[in-house]
Design a protein around this ligand. Sequence first.
Ligand code: ATP
Ligand code: ZN
Ligand code: MG
Length: 502
Amino acid sequence: MRFQIEAAIQCSAALPEEGIRILEKAVQDANERLFRKGVPENVDPVEIGRITAWKVRDDQILLTLESGPYTRVHDAIFRFRKQLASLLGRLRIGLRGLEVISYRVLLDEGVTADLVPRLPFIRGIAERNGRVEIDLAVTASDLENRLPDRIVRLIEEKTQARQYGGKTEHWQLLYQSESRPRIYTGNPTDELIARKWIKHGSSRGQWIYAPQAVQLFRTFERIVEEEIIRPLGFREMIFPKLDTWDVLSRSGHAKGVYPEIYYVCTPKTRDPAYWEDIADYFKVTGEVWVEKIRERIDGPIGAMCYAQCPSFWPFVQGETLASDCLPIRVFDRSGTSHRYESGGIHGIERVDEFHRIEILWLGTCDQTVEMAEALHAGYSRVFNDLLELEWRAARVTPWFMAQEGMVGACGCESVGTTDYEALLPYNESWLEFQNVSVNGDKYPRGFTVKIQSGEECWSGCSGIGLERWTAAFLSQKGFDPAQWPEAVAKRIEEIPDIFRFL
Ligand code: ATP
Ligand code: ZN
Ligand code: MG
C-alpha cells in the first residue's frame, strides 16, 4: 500500500530568503527524524512517510509526500505543519489552511477495482503496473478525521470478506445429541394450517396465531422461564421495538443491516389539515394514496426491532455500573422482531415477523463467559431431558465479529456465537432455533458502559425463537399430545376450536 499527497500550506505572508532556509532544514529534519518517531526500528525507510518534493510559490508552500503504512502522508503532513509553524513563528509568519491538491492510494497487489467502495470520496480508480490506484477527493478536515485510513481499512475488510468465501459465518460442531425415534415426518406448517391453528397475516412472512398455537408458544416460554431464566436470576424488562439510527450505529448494525430491515417513517406534521386530502382520497376511491403519503413523511428514522437487544443499551449508556450489581441479567419478550427475509420465507421457520425471548447479561469478561456456559448447560438439559429433541450445537463466528477483528484480537477465544440446531425430519435439514452469543466489549464500547472495577465490560445475549422452537418440536414430535414428552404434555390443556368456519 502506497500513499501520495500533494498539498499546499497557506502562509500569512510570502516567505523571505531566511524562511526558505528554515523550510529546507525542516524538510530534512522531518524526513530524518520527525516522521520516524513511533515507528519500529526494523521498518524499511521506504515504508515511512517522507516529503519527496517541495516548492515555495509566493505565500504558499507546495508539498508532495509519499508513504507506505507508517506515518502515513496525512499524519505526516500535520506533524510537519505543526513543527514548521513554530519555526516560522520566529519570523512572525503564521500558517493558515491546508489545501489538498491530490491524494492517491496505490492498493496492494491482488486488490481488484470492484473492492473499492462506491463513495463520494473516491474521485477516480485507475490501474498502474497491474495495481489499482484510487484518487481521493478529500479536504484537510477529512484528513484530520483519518478518512483515508478508514477507506483503506474498508477495502481490506472487503478483501478479507471475499477470502472468507461469501459465507456469513464459520461453522464448527460442538455437540451432537443422541438420535431420536422418528415419530412424525410431516411438515408442521402444513398441519398447522390444515388445523386452522395459524393463518397467513396480511403482510409477507406474517402469521396470525390461533389459541392452540399460542398455547405452544406460551408453554415453551414457561419452560424457559421456569427451567432457565428464573434459576439463573434473570429479570424481565421491556425493550423498545423501534430502533433509531443512533442505536443501530452504536450496536454496529448500521454497518450492513440495510437489505433486511423494515424502515420506520414519521408524518411531516400531525396537523389533520395536512392529511385531509389523503383521507378524502380514500373515502372517495377506497384506495390508500401511497405516492402522496411518500411525499408527506419524514425519515426513515430507524428500523423496526431487528435484533431485540440493541434497544436495551440506552438504559445503561454512559453509566458506570457498581460491581455488586454484576452480572446484570435481564430478558425481554415484549414484542415482535421484523426482518425482510426476501425469497427465504418458509412456513413458520423463516418469517418476516417473529417472536423471541431475548436474554441479555453484562459484567466482567469472566462473568459473561460463565453465564454463557450456565445457559448452555441449562439449554442442554431442557433439550435432552424435557423436550427430548434431536439437536446439535455449533460454534459460529458471525461475519461481523471476524470483520471487527474481535476474534483473537481481544485475546479471548470465548467471543462468538453458539447456534442450536434441531433436525427437521420432514426434509432432513437442520434448523437454527436459538443461539447464545458472547459479544465481548462490542456493545459496552458502542454505548460507553463502564464497570466499577475498571475491567473491560463484556456482554452476551441469547435469542430464543418461539416460531423456531415450535417448528423444531412439532417436526420431531408431531401433533398427538400422547406422544409428547411429559414436560410439554403436562403444561398443555385442551383448547376447544373457538372458531367454526362455515
Ligand atoms: P438464520 O441464519 O436462520 O437467518 P440468524 O442467524 O439470522 O438466523 P439471529 O440473528 O442469530 O438469526 O437471530 C437469533 C434467533 O432469532 C434465531 O436463532 C431464531 O430463533 C430467530 N430468528 C431469526 N430470524 C428469524 C426468522 N426470519 N424467522 C423466525 N425466527 C428467526
Ligand atoms: Zn442480542
Ligand atoms: Mg437471518
